[in-house]
Write a protein that binds this ligand. Structure first.
Ligand SMILES: CC(C)(COP(=O)(O)OP(=O)(O)OC[C@H]1O[C@@H](n2cnc3c(N)ncnc32)[C@H](O)[C@@H]1OP(=O)(O)O)[C@@H](O)C(=O)NCCC(=O)NCCS
Length: 240
């Protein structure tokens, strides 16, 4: 199913060139290409902590259970980006568990799992564009909550998610390997209701440095939510 098409800027050495794209849902038979792109992007990351990679088998099983992958293909029909979403339902992995969402809402939760854009195509707003498609698709299917985890060290992804209305509701260590309770990766848990977007009238507000985890944990425990991020000075605005 085609979702969108248009023109992108592509980095070509020192120059920028134009390239056309098609955004569509990928078929399960195309999953190998998705995992190859993920692994290529992961290998090129300077901070490997920001991306929790999924194996082919994990994604395949998840797709068989209903997960979807929106792919972006260039004019040569090569996959240059994707967004993977899942529907965790009543399973333990539902991030609703981390923000005390009532269990009756769990089946209405959409997980924004992974978004990856090839380095040559970054800066085209593809993370936001695919998120807007997810909002449109899942709203029509009756889902109510968007949730995701983002590393505090992933400024670009955090900014894009918050720009689209997701708010920080928790800060936790996730993805433990099981060997040690403290060997996980730090993750913000973000949440947004699909609609209506409620306007919040804050009674208190604090700006905190993105890397001050202690202050953020304190504020979250006191009932604050992370509301907006200033990319330039890496300050997060917490309100309640
Ligand atoms: C996060 C990600 C998907 C964002 O890609 P995107 O949608 O193309 O980003 P944007 O269009 O919002 O980029 C905005 C600006 O930030 C820059 N930018 C985006 N990601 C960047 C990165 N990882 N490193 C350096 N600069 C980056 C863009 O070049 C652009 O700069 P410009 O305004 O000068 O053109 C992409 O960085 C990526 O694939 N990262 C690795 C995987 C990852 O961390 N995924 C998210 C967690 S699941």
């Amino acid at each position: 199913m085609e979702l969108k098409r248009g023109i992108l800027n592509k980095r070509n050495g020192e120059n920028m060139v134009k390239d056309s794209y098609i955004m569509r849902l990928i078929h399960i038979e195309e999953l190998k290409e998705v995992v190859l792109l993920q692994n290529f992007v992961y290998e090129n990351l300077s901070n490997k902590q920001i991306l929790y990679t999924d194996s082919y088998d994990e994604m395949r099983t998840d797709m068989e259970l209903g997960a979807k992958v929106i792919g972006i293909f260039n004019s040569n029909n090569q996959l240059i980006g994707y967004r993977y979403i899942a529907f965790p339902g009543l399973s333990n992995r539902n991030l609703g568990n981390d923000i005390h969402l009532p269990e009756s809402e769990f089946e209405k939760v959409v997980h924004l799992e992974t978004t990856v854009v090839h380095p040559d195509y970054r800066g085209n707003n593809l993370q936001s564009m695919t998120l807007q498609e997810v909002i449109r698709l899942t709203k029509n299917l009756g889902y109510k909550h968007l949730m995701c985890t983002v590393s505090p060290f992933n400024l670009f992804s955090l900014f894009n998610n918050m720009k689209n209305g997701l708010k920080i509701k928790a800060l936790k260590e996730k993805y433990q390997t099981g060997k040690d309770i403290n060997d996980g990766l730090y993750r913000f848990i973000l949440h947004r209701e699909l609609e209506p977007i409620k306007t919040i009238q804050p009674i208190q507000s604090f700006s905190v440095s993105l890397d001050d985890f202690k202050a953020q944990e304190y504020l979250i425990n006191e009932g604050f939510i992370g509301f907006s991020l200033f990319k330039e000075n890496k300050l997060l605005n917490y309100i309640r």
